[in-house]
Design a protein around this ligand. Structure first.
Ligand code: PMP
Length: 299
């Protein structure tokens, strides 16, 4: 049994993580026909709480609709709370995934396929590792294009993440931590698992791009920083005073290098990092509506 994730919620039941009974012919395994979320739970003075659970569930539902899946987000929200409780996790990453299972390997999806729902929770640190906290993230502009929204909607559809994985691999093999997706006109799109912000003369700008995932951390920072939202070209980004990334996993991560251009970790990024940590840990009373408390652990 996995010691970090002893229990997992599968199709309505909490089971041990090695008894899922998935087959090797799951449709989702072969074609990436699934949708997932990345959510976080943080300890607060009132016990563990999930950050922006409703927003994550709405985005999950939007992705499920694209694949013709009916999901019950109330049940999945409760499942997230239940699995945290079962695993006794206070600080965790929560991974709901809904995917098509066995039934056919044809490319039609629908009732002929079983739909599986899984919610796991696990201890977590930023997937960008140490870099996100200390050195700052080094980014390489990618030769890979982000899948355009006109081909696949920018939601958390499983198969689409091969796009991010190929781009990230190119960047890490060249000694960088992250890839920066640009569109053919040189506008910034996003990173492989984060949205992009810049600061110039004290003004915080959230990069806007129709192919980018509508990030929930991005939305949070726009509101905290009263950021402006507009398209940004690479040339302007390279000329910024500060650049940072936002994501559930990466939180607010300073960028200190894009290709050969270096950036300092500036005061605005530092202030927003602190504010974000205060927010998710329940220390900003005006934002507690964004936190869903996990019921108290059984004594
Ligand atoms: N872009 C992509 C491609 C992502 O996978 C993520 C992570 N979900 C983000 C941006 C950031 O989104 P969020 O703040 O909702 O985690």
């Amino acid at each position: 049994m996995n010691n970090n994730t002893p229990y997992i919620w599968v199709d309505g039941n909490i089971i041990t993580s090695d008894e899922s009974g998935c087959t090797l012919l799951e449709h989702g395994l072969h074609y990436g026909t699934g949708v997932f979320e990345g959510i976080r739970c943080y300890p607060t003075a009132n016990g563990p709480a999930i950050f922006r659970l409703d927003a994550h569930m709405k985005r999950l539902q939007a992705g499920a609709e694209v694949l013709g899946m009916n999901i019950d987000i109330h049940q999945l929200s409760q499942a997230a709370l239940d699995v945290l409780h079962a695993n006794q996790h206070q600080s965790a990453y929560i991974r709901p995934i809904i995917f098509y299972g066995a039934g056919s390997l044809g490319l039609d999806v629908g009732d002929q396929l079983v739909t599986h729902s899984v919610v796991a929770s696990m201890p977590w640190k930023s997937h960008l590792g140490e870099a996100a906290e200390n050195k700052g993230v080094w980014m390489k502009t990618s030769s890979v294009r982000r899948v355009p929204a006109s081909s696949v909607p920018p939601l958390k559809l499983c198969g689409t993440y091969v796009n991010s994985i190929i781009a990230k691999r190119e960047a890490t093999q060249a000694g960088f931590e992250e890839a920066l997706f640009l569109d053919p006109d040189g506008r910034i799109c996003e990173a492989t698992g984060e949205n992009v912000f810049m600061v110039k003369n004290g003004i915080v700008t959230a990069v806007e791009h129709h192919d980018a995932l509508p990030g929930i951390t991005r939305d949070t920072i726009i509101s905290l920083a009263q950021a402006e939202v507009r398209p940004v070209y690479l040339k302007e980004l390279l000329n910024a005073d500060e650049v940072f990334l936002t994501g559930t996993s990466a939180e607010v991560a300073p960028v200190t290098r894009i290709d050969n251009t270096q950036f300092e970790i500036g005061p605005v990024t530092r202030r927003l990092q602190t504010l974000y940590q205060d927010l998710v840990h329940g220390r900003l009373p005006q934002h507690t509506a964004w936190l869903t408390r996990v019921r108290k652990w059984a004594a």
